[in-house]
Structures are given as C-alpha cells and as structure tokens.
Design a protein around this ligand. Sequence first.
Ligand code: ADP
Length: 248
Amino acid sequence: MVRIRGVHKRFDKVEVLRGVDLDVQPNTTTCLLGPSGSGKTTLLRCINHLERVDAGQIFVDGHQVGYTARGGKLHEQSDKEIAAARRRTGMVFQQFNLFPHRTALENVMEGPVRVLRQDKHEARTRATQLLEQVGLGERMHHYPTNLSGGQQQRVGIARALAMDPKVLLFDEPTSALDPELVGEVLDVIRCLDGRTMIIVTHEIGFARECADTIVFMDGGSVLEQGSPQDVLNNPKSPRTENFLRRVL
Ligand code: ADP
C-alpha cells in the first residue's frame, strides 16, 4: 500500500532523511520508533506530501506522491492535484489541529462536504456514526475547548476516517496528552485494526501489542524493521538496543 524508495530530505544544511526504503503492506499496522530528531515525523509528512522529497520516490496505493501520469509521462502535480491525491492518506496530528470555532460534528463533516463535495445530510449521518464509533456520540455538538485532549484527539481520528483514506498516518497521537488520557486514544486506534496504519509513537507497550511491523529509525535512516518480537526482543543493531534500554 505504501512503497518508499531511496527518499532523501534536507532542511537547509541538515539532511533529515538519508535514503529511506520502506514497504507497508495493506491492512497492517506499522509503528515507527526512534529517538527524537531521527526523521519519523518528516517521513510521515513526505508520505502525505506536506513535505516534498528531494530525491527518491513514495507510492501510495500505486500512485507516486507528487506526480500524475498523463499521456504516458509523469508530470509534477498542480496544487489541485496534490490536494486530490492527499485524500489517499488521512493524518492524525500530535496537536489535534481541530477548527476551534466548529463543533466536533462540524469538524468531522468539513472535509467530506468541502473537499469530497458530499451531500450535507449524508456527511452528517456518516460523521455521527464515526463520532459514535470513537465514543463521542454524546459530545458531538461540543466545541474543542469544551472537550478534553483525549476527546479532541478522538475527534481528530473520526475526522481522518471520514475521508475514507487508504492509509492512516498518526504523528505521535498521544504525546500531547496527560498520561491518564493516553489509554482512551490508544483504545480507539486499537479498534481500527484491519486498516493500513503508520503510527509514530513512543508508546512501546502499544507498539508491541498492536504493530504487525516495527520500524526503528535513527539519524534519518531505517536501521531495523521486523515483527515486534524481532525488533523489541532481539534487536540486531546496537543503536536500537541502546534506545530500547533507555525507554523500556
Ligand atoms: P522525529 O519525528 O523523529 O522527532 P523530525 O522529523 O520531527 O524527527 O525532525 C528531524 C529533524 O528535522 C530535526 O532535527 C528537526 O529539527 C528538523 N526539522 C523538521 N522539520 C523542519 C523544518 N520544517 N525546518 C527545519 N528543520 C526541520
């Protein structure tokens, strides 16, 4: 579902991604682990085309991010084409990024109505179902300021699901939350099992339990990947071992 080949990305003088290769199979959960600054968020943002790669290719569901095939040739996408292609991925942000002046329901309806041009009634029905699915049926008319961080993040997840993306990308979805609110968000993500998900997280216990594949990044490269058992219990690289020793 996601194929990444030789991706490089630099911000000014700093090379943040140094030739990343990664494959994500459909309907699997991949957890990206690694020290702060290792390039995990940047990689997610490149998959979503919030950042542009300097070299290499990323494919989502067979489509190369940033390019459209026309007349047998690849063309760089226009802003409109980028926006359309971005629908293949749904992003859940660390800081929720909800519209503050819209209710939970309106936040979830926004994308389907404005971007997908769905009928309002249809979008409302679907948004209501999704908010019920994340346990917020009773609070769908609340504004973000009247919701806890955990509830806001659950709205963020419902909002991503409303666009029916091929891949869900989670950028440290619980790191802005008070510890007692982390569990409710992880429970919701756990229930999405069966979708294709890439999750940047520091929650090693969650990764051990839910990931099909764990990818360990350091210094802008993928150092190791495999099953939780392989990567967490028998790391091959000393850097992975060192990281795990510090966080476990
Ligand atoms: P991680 O998610 O593993 O903590 P990031 O991808 O957030 O790592 O960041 C990797 C490096 O890239 C960091 O050194 C960070 O400061 C730098 N970086 C990220 N985004 C930008 C940006 N927009 N401009 C300049 N530097 C950035």
